[in-house]
Unconditional design. Structure first.
Length: 359
């Protein structure tokens, strides 16, 4: 094997280019169990993740592309990125802080602002430092007014691949003006192996007795609603595909699952939020987070048109996302956990994706 290739078969030279005067690179994290996590500093994005299946075979469980050129020329599905300044949607690109209106956010998803705007954190080159084989620290400073958001915001995201086969993400942000912040990672997972045509057989549990019903532009109506008696209920294990095509308004609006679950554990407490299993490989993923919500997205808008790693194509519902975050449109819903970040305060958040095996 060329020393320019990762264990997952990526050529690191294919991730070198210059974007806005800064160099993109692919960084490789490894643990003592043979797992490998690759991250590109363009968008602070996860590109590949190798974990063992029940037979000990190393399996890449995230979707992505084989080169930076593919990320730049393909319509952005947000593969593996850190979304910000505000992950998910802000209705009509407008919010208020202490009576001051901010209404210049980009409208880039129907009538709403999505994932920070046209050039959110997903399209930025982050400064990267790799202090050891298992840790990568990424930093980005977003200038005052970028994408319509107030305040110069300095953001640090730390990835760590532990010897327990966990991917730990720590987020930190500060600002010099009162602003809003909501950060998440948008990895698309397939625990049967990236490129497997569907995740309908994956067995999912989400520790949430309520979720946020949304309108046909994915903006929540208001208070969380019970999942009981609906296809949104994952409080006990269900396969992802079991009810995904039911004639339920929320599933029709989203063309599948694309909804924020209000975790029972609440905001700020670090605890388990979700658990998923691929019966095919035995690979399990447990999600722990301090965030109050998880957005379940079943890759409904993937169309299988753009070529991914190893020549694979990713059709609709061939992956799923569990995006730990505050609720969509929180700045316009005062009853939600706040996303307000005051000058002088520090935002912190922690999420872990822990991988295991069920025989």
């Amino acid at each position: 094997m060329s020393n320019k290739l990762t264990l997952s078969g990526l050529d690191i030279e294919n991730f070198r280019t210059t974007i806005d005067g800064k160099e993109s690179r692919l960084y490789i994290l490894t643990n003592h169990n043979g797992c490998e996590l690759t991250i590109c500093n363009y968008g602070a994005r996860i590109v590949s993740l190798l974990v063992p299946d029940r037979n000990g075979e190393m399996t890449d469980v995230v979707t992505g592309h084989s080169s930076i050129a593919d990320y730049l020329t393909t319509e952005e599905p947000y593969f593996g990125v850190v979304c910000g300044r505000y992950a998910n949607r802000i209705a009509r690109g407008r919010f208020e802080i202490d009576g001051k209106v901010y209404d210049k956010l980009a409208i880039n998803n129907g009538p709403n602002n999505l994932h920070g705007g046209v050039k959110g954190f997903n399209s930025k080159i982050w400064e990267a430092e790799q202090p050891d084989a298992q840790t990568l620290i990424l930093q980005y400073t977003s200038p005052d007014g970028e994408e319509g958001f107030p305040g110069t915001m300095h953001v640090t995201v730390t990835y760590r691949l532990t010897d327990n086969n966990e991917v730990e993400l720590s987020y930190q942000a500060t600002t010099d003006k009162d602003t809003v912040v909501n950060l998440t990672n948008h990895a698309f997972f397939n625990l049967s192996g990236a490129g497997t045509p569907t995740v309908h057989d994956h067995i999912l549990t989400i520790h949430a007795s309520t979720y946020l019903p949304a309108d046909d532009t994915a903006i929540p109506y208001g208070d969380p609603a019970p999942v009981a008696g609906t296809p949104m209920d994952f409080t006990t294990p269900h396969t992802i595909g079991e009810r995904i095509d039911e004639p339920f308004e929320q599933l029709i609006f989203g063309r599948g699952y694309d909804h924020c679950y209000a975790l029972d554990k609440g905001n700020g407490t670090y605890a388990e939020g979700a658990y998923c299993l691929s019966p095919r490989t035995g690979i399990t993923m447990t999600v722990y987070t301090t965030e109050p919500g998880i957005q379940l997205y079943t890759a409904n808008w993937l169309a299988g048109k753009s070529e991914g790693k190893k020549g694979m194509f990713y059709p609709s519902q061939s992956a799923f996302c569990l995006e730990t975050q505050h609720y969509p449109d929180s700045p316009n819903h005062p009853q939600y956990p706040t996303t307000l970040l005051r000058k002088g305060e520090t935002f912190t958040s922690r999420t872990t994706f822990a991988f295991g095996i069920e025989k």
